[in-house]
Design a protein around this ligand. Structure first.
Ligand SMILES: Cc1ncc(COP(=O)(O)O)c(C=O)c1O
Length: 465
C-alpha cells in the first residue's frame, strides 16, 4: 500500500486512483480515457500551485480549471469567514434576509451604479435562468412589455448547462444531442474580428457584428423580443474581446426596441479582465448583471442576478388585488440561502479590494499578453488576444487560410505544456472544427515570475510540437 502524508492529508494513492476510475463521472471528458491511464487527482493547493496525489506540482494558469479561484488557493481568511458563519447561522432560506446576505448585497449594489436589487442562487446557469424567468414573467405581467418574451444570444457565447441557459448558448458542440431546445431564443453572429462573420476588417467594417442585432430583432418581431444576453468578453467561446464601439451600438439598438441587456459577468466579473466588471471596458450600462465563479472565489458556490430598480419595480404589486396577486417574482433556490457562502463572498471582495487585484490583473495581464505576442511569429500561432489576466492563443495550420489545427494536434500541444508543469485551458467541445484556442486565466494574484513560468512552458510546449 502506497500512502501519502501531505501536510496532514492521509490517503492511499492506489485506492484513490481506483476510486476515481470506478466511482467518479468526470465533467466534460470522454469516458474512454479512464481505460487508457490514470487521470489527474488533485490533493491540495496553495497560491497558484496545485499538488496531485503523487505530490507532483503544477502551476495552475486556469484558476481551478474554469477560472473561478480568483484570489488563489489556500486563503485561510475565507475558510475562517465560512467557519465563523457556519457556527453563527449556516443557513436560512432566501425568503428572509440574513446578515451576510444584506451586507454583501449592499456592497454589490455599491459596485453597480443604477442597480437596486440582488437575487441569490447557486450557479452561473441558475443566475441566467433567473434573468430569463424575470424577462418571461414581465412579458406577462407588465402591460408595456406584453409578449416580449424572447431572448437573443450571441454565437460562441456560453451561458450555462441547464436547458434554458443552453438554449441561450451559441456553441454547437455544447448543444449537440441535448435538443430540442426552448422556444423563444434566437442567435446572432459573434464579434471576433479574426474570423469576422461578415468578411470585413476593423475599422472599415461599420461594426456590422453589433448592427446586425437590429436585423435579428426585426426578423423575430420587436414586439416579441424582451432581452439580449451577452458575455462582455466571450470566455469559453475563445476569448473574444469586442471592439470599443461594439457595446455602445448594441445598447443603442436594444434601447430603440425596448430590449433589456443582460451582461453575463460569470467569468469576467470581479477583476478577471482588469476592471471590476467586464462591461466597464465599454461606454455602456447593462440592465441586468449575472455573476458566479469569482463571487466567492469558488471557495463556496454562490451566484447572483442583479437588476436595476426600474426592473425590480415592475414586480411590485398589491397582493390584496386579485388580478395582481401572482405578480411578484415567484422564484426560490434553496441554496440561495447559504449564509456562509455570502461570508466567503464578503471576504473575497475584501481581498480583491485590499490587495488591489484589479490593478494586478491589468498590469500582469498586459505583461502576459505582450509575452504571448512574442510567439506570433511561430507558424502555428494565428491570433493572440485578451484583456487583463484573460488571454487566448488561437492555433492554425495555415496563417493565410486560417484553417484551424486538428483536435489531435491541440491535445498534443496541451500535454506538452502540462509536461512543463503548467496547466492552461482550451476551448473544449464548444465550436465545431475550432476548439483550438488555448486560454490563460491565472489567479489575479499572479506575479511576474509566475507569468514568466507560464510563458516559458507554452514556448517550450510549442517548440516540441
Ligand atoms: C459566461 C458563463 N456563464 C455561465 C456559466 C455557467 O456557470 P455554472 O457552471 O456555474 O452554471 C459559465 C460557466 O462556465 C460561463 O462561462
Amino acid at each position: 500500500m502506497m500512502t501519502a502524508n501531505n501536510e496532514g492529508l492521509q490517503y492511499d494513492i492506489e485506492e484513490m486512483v481506483k476510486g476515481d476510475r470506478e466511482f467518479l463521472w468526470h465533467h466534460i471528458k470522454p469516458h474512454s480515457v479512464f481505460k487508457k491511464g490514470e487521470q489527474m487527482i488533485v490533493a491540495q493547493a496553495d497560491g497558484l500551485i496545485i499538488k496531485d496525489i503523487r505530490g507532483r506540482e503544477y502551476l495552475d494558469a486556469t484558476s481551478g480549471g474554469v477560472w473561478g479561484v480568483i484570489v488563489g488557493f489556500g486563503r485561510e481568511s475565507i475558510a475562517r469567514a465560512v467557519y465563523d458563519q457556519l457556527n453563527i447561522l449556516p443557513y436560512y432560506a432566501g425568503t428572509v434576509g440574513t446578515i451576510p446576505a444584506i451586507k454583501y448585497a449592499k456592497k454589490l449594489i455599491g459596485l453597480l451604479p443604477g442597480f437596486g436589487k440582488i437575487f441569490f442562487s447557486n450557479s452561473g446557469s441558475e443566475a441566467n435562468e433567473k434573468a430569463f424567468k424575470m424577462i418571461r414573467q414581465l412579458s406577462n405581467i407588465d402591460l408595456t412589455r406584453k409578449g416580449k418574451f424572447k431572448i437573443l444570444y450571441r454565437d460562441r457565447d456560453y451561458h450555462g448547462t441547464t436547458i434554458g441557459a443552453l438554449s441561450a448558448t451559441g456553441q454547437d458542440e455544447r448543444k449537440q444531442d441535448f435538443g430540442p431546445f426552448l422556444e423563444g431564443f434566437a442567435g446572432f453572429p459573434h464579434a471576433l474580428c479574426y474570423r469576422c462573420a461578415f468578411g470585413k476588417s476593423y475599422p472599415d467594417c461599420n461594426i456590422e457584428c453589433a448592427r446586425c442585432v437590429e436585423d435579428t430583432i426585426l426578423k423575430e418581431g420587436p414586439d416579441t423580443v424582451g432581452a439580449c444576453i451577452v458575455e462582455p468578453i466571450t470566455a469559453g467561446g475563445g476569448i473574444i474581446v469586442p471592439v470599443p464601439e461594439y457595446y455602445p451600438i448594441l445598447r443603442q439598438i436594444c434601447d430603440k426596441y425596448g430590449v433589456y441587456l443582460i451582461m453575463d459577468e460569470v467569468v469576467c466579473g470581479f477583476g478577471r479582465t482588469g476592471t471590476f466588471w467586464g462591461f466597464q471596458h465599454y461606454d455602456m450600462r447593462p440592465d441586468m448583471v449575472t455573476m458566479a465563479k469569482g463571487v466567492a472565489a469558488s471557495y463556496m458556490p454562490l451566484s447572483v442576478t442583479a437588476v436595476t430598480n426600474e426592473i425590480y419595480d415592475k414586480f411590485l404589486s398589491d397582493p390584496s388585488v386579485e388580478k395582481e396577486r401572482m405578480n411578484y417574482f415567484r422564484d426560490i433556490s434553496t441554496y440561495g440561502g447559504c449564509a456562509a457562502a455570502m461570508s466567503a463572498a464578503l471576504e473575497t471582495l475584501r481581498i480583491v479590494e485590499e490587495e488591489k487585484l484589479l490593478r494586478n490583473s491589468r498590469v500582469m495581464g498586459a505583461y502576459l499578453l505582450e509575452g504571448l505576442q512574442t510567439l506570433s511569429d511561430m507558424p502555428i500561432v494565428g491570433n493572440v488576444r485578451g484583456r487583463g489576466l484573460f488571454c487566448g492563443l488561437e492555433f492554425v495550420k495555415d496563417k493565410t487560410t486560417k484553417q484551424p489545427i486538428s483536435e489531435a494536434d491541440m491535445a498534443r500541444i496541451m500535454s506538452n505544456v502540462a509536461a512543463e508543469g503548467v496547466l492552461v485551458g482550451r476551448t473544449n467541445t464548444s465550436l465545431p472544427g475550432n476548439n483550438t484556442i488555448m486560454n490563460f486565466a491565472p489567479a489575479l494574484i499572479a506575479t511576474k515570475d509566475e507569468i514568466d513560468r507560464i510563458l516559458a512552458a507554452v514556448k517550450a510546449g510549442l517548440e516540441k510540437f
